[in-house]
Write a new protein. Structure first.
Lengths: 408, 285
């Protein structure tokens, strides 16, 4: 536990602190850039892009060795991965636009072909004399062992530029995600904005290769925005909530993995993000599962209460156990099912409102108002006191409800 | 003669007072076409190998309400989208107020068909209306209180102020349509293109929308609607454009919205009895 505390407060050594800060920055950028991927419903394109980085890593290594370097320069490897990721992205776009294949088929094709080529290249590099300790396979799942100050700088600068680009392009990207036809009519070039969106995702993928790796980076892009969506109904806020959640996931995930030597960083970061997702899924106030269940139960009880009152008014027997329990708890019927004083009064009122609605539909021509009848909305909320008095003139005096109508 | 027909007569280069029935769409002078808010020449659009719109010419008048009418699948939406460059065109030219469309984007507002967006999108009603200001705001400028006030005023015009903070999916179909109209109003355009604004809306919304469109006409702006309800054409519109893949007829409602032209547009799909119900003057195209 004290190890975790030390890691969380950046006291667990230079390397661990570097990784935690780098992971937080990466999470922030990924959450922000991933928001539009999620809103545009193109989450899986990023998976194709991520897998298309692998051949680039291999080719860059081979090229750097051929030019006499040692081939392990992070900047060089990332540049190479960006090139093939870009090619993969354009290929997905081109296949979806120019052929009869849908985008999901294009994603599947590009993802597997590029990944296959990448794996072959890594195998070839293994057999090269200079390749034995290249450690390129760490780009699959990420590796933070021996992260350098320069690596953290690459992530910080790349992440900051990505976030800046998200901020600058937030309006066109929101518009294209919500209503691409309208965006095009306003003169925005939808295709270019889509490409910019994907280029951003590509940039985050490339800078995330070191820490999270290409297989799990998709989770960093998608899970925080999906989580953020539980907490707000505004796209502008989804961006920054997602960025914040991404940063927290990166930081906490890196600290947890630093506190126990056997825990891999990338997967722990993703699991942290997933934990935040599950918490939001369950407990978010408006869109969470728990809130929905509670809302539904409250609604169900309102319906049963109303139906029970109308049954009391008509003097019918009530058999439904939920209706009986709702009425009993509200003190509207006694344990033996006989209506109480309050129950009789409310039943009379419910029956009268029902009759008022019938009259309302006859005398009031405004269907926008009478159309609001749903059996639950109190009539006082739809019509004014004067209008209701008018209905009552048609109805005659109220009728009382007998006491022994319901139950046993 | 209604005031709008006088506007059209002026546009057509005709002396005021001359009956427009004499000036069918194609009789417009070339210089009048150059001034037209929306002028389309030889537009062909095709999905795959089958043209949805074939070699269509159209000239819509300024300061008037125009309807694009035709059966389902006639290419009405396609015509609007291709004119706006939302979908690519195979051939044809489009000019807006006498200029190429890209030079006149700021003067155009489009209200797409309602079905085209994701209603669970995280956006409030006021956010949607603000989208009409994005072009003017550019990339970097923050939205200030005057822009917010402008967006609210546009919501007011369609009677939706009370819903400003609602998530867009929590509205009824008619309310959503009004919000889309408010977004177009926020652009402050001179030419409004609407795709079936009255489809699937309640009577109150239909009244609210047509009032706004008439007020735009009173301000001298041009409005073009794809419209499907033949019974309201005469009371709502000044000018009609009949299309079924090809252009069938175009001109003032009084002279163009005739039983003969409708028969030519709808073919067997519109029963003769239906046309009779509209009580139109006889006349063939
Ligand atoms: N995206 C599309 N892909 C293929 N065909 C389409 C597409 N959109 C419309 N069409 C076809 O083009 C024709 C015209 O469609 P549309 O312009 O939507 O008609 P309208 O708006 O008049 O009902 C129809 O036959 C329709 O099936
Ligand atoms: Mg249509």
């Amino acid at each position: 536990m004290s190890d975790l505390l030390a890691a969380l407060t950046l006291q667990a050594g230079y390397n661990a602190a570097l990784v935690a800060i780098g992971a937080a920055l990466l999470g922030f950028a990924a959450g922000a850039a991933g928001t539009f991927l999620f809103l545009r419903k193109r989450a899986l394109v990023s998976d194709a892009v991520a897998h298309a980085t692998l051949p680039g890593v291999g080719l860059a290594f081979i090229l750097m060795v051929a030019l006499g370097g040692d081939g392990r320069s992070l900047l060089g490897l990332l540049a190479g991965s960006a090139v093939t990721a870009g090619v993969g992205l354009l290929l997905v776009e081109w296949i979806a636009r120019r052929t009869r294949l849908a985008e999901d088929a294009a994603i599947g094709a590009v993802l597997s072909v590029f990944f296959g080529i990448g794996v072959v290249l890594l195998t070839v590099i293994q057999t090269m004399s200079s390749g034995r300790q290249a450690g390129l396979e760490s780009f699959l799942l990420g590796s933070t062992a021996g992260m350098l100050y320069l690596d953290a700088v690459v992530i910080a600068v790349g992440g900051a530029l990505s976030v800046l680009a998200v901020w600058v392009l937030r309006r066109p990207m929101t518009l294209v995600s919500f209503d691409p036809d309208y965006a095009a009519a306003c003169g925005y070039d939808v295709r270019r904005i889509d490409l910019a969106m994907m280029a951003l995702v590509m940039a985050v993928t490339v800078i995330g290769l070191k820490i999270v790796g290409l297989i799990l980076i998709v989770a960093m892009l998608i899970v925080p925005p999906v989580t953020a969506r539980f907490w707000t109904e505004r796209a502008g806020r989804v961006i920054w909530i997602a960025a914040g959640l991404g940063a927290v996931s990166g930081y906490v995930g890196a600290a947890v993995s630093a506190s126990a030597p056997a825990l891999p960083t990338g997967p722990i970061i993703v699991l942290t993000a997933t934990a935040l997702f599950l918490l939001s899924l369950l407990f978010a106030p408006a869109r969470g599962v728990l809130a929905a269940v509670l809302r539904h139960r409250r609604f169900q009880r309102r319906v049963h209460r109303r139906q029970g009152l109308l049954a009391l008014a008509r003097g019918e027997l009530i058999h439904d156990p939920l209706t009986l329990s709702v009425l009993r708890r509200a003190g509207l019927i006694r344990a033996d099912g006989v209506a109480t004083e309050a129950g009789r009064a409310q039943a009379a009122k419910a029956a009268r409102d029902e009759h008022r609605w019938e009259i309302a539909r006859l005398v009031n021509q405004d269907t926008a108002l009478t159309g609001r009848y749903d059996g639950l909305t109190p009539i006082e909320r739809v019509f004014t006191a004067d209008q209701i008095a008018e209905f009552d003139r048609h109805l005659g005096p109220p009728r009382p409800v007998a006491g022994d109508a319901a139950g046993a | 003669m209604t005031p709008t027909m006088t506007t059209a007569a002026r546009l057509a280069g005709l002396p005021a007072g001359l009956d427009l029935a004499a000036a069918d769409g194609e009789a417009l002078h070339p210089e009048a076409a150059a001034e037209s808010p929306l002028s389309i020449r030889g537009l062909t659009v095709s999905y795959g190998e089958k043209p949805a719109v074939f070699s269509v010419d159209a000239t819509f008048p300024d300061g008037a309400l125009s309807a694009i009418i035709g059966p389902n699948g006639a290419g009405k939406s396609t015509l609007l989208k291709a004119a706006l460059g939302i979908i690519p065109r195979l051939s044809g030219e489009v000019s807006v107020f006498g200029r190429p469309i890209d030079a006149a984007r700021a003067r155009i507002a489009y209200v797409p068909q309602r079905a085209s967006v994701d209603w669970d999108f995280p956006t409030s009603v006021l956010d949607v209306v603000s989208m009409g200001l994005y072009r003017r705001l550019g990339l970097l400028r923050r939205m200030r209180s005057e822009e917010r006030a402008h967006a609210l005023a546009c919501l007011e015009r369609v009677g939706m102020t009370d819903f400003a903070d609602r998530q867009i999916g929590q509205l009824s179909g008619g309310q959503q349509q009004r919000v889309f109209l408010a977004r177009a109003l926020a652009q402050g355009a001179d030419l409004y293109l609407l795709d079936e604004p009255f489809a699937g809306v309640d009577a109150a919304t239909e009244r609210a929308i047509i009032e706004v469109l008439k007020s735009l006409r009173a301000e001298g702006r041009a409005v073009v609607c794809v419209h499907h309800d033949l019974s309201t054409v005469e009371s709502y519109f000044d000018h009609v454009f009949l299309i079924n893949v090809r252009r069938i007829a175009e001109g003032p409602v009084a002279s163009t919205f005739t039983a003969g032209n409708l028969q030519a547009t709808y073919g067997g799909r519109l029963a003769a009895g239906h046309i009779e119900q509209l009580r139109l003057g006889g006349g063939t195209a």
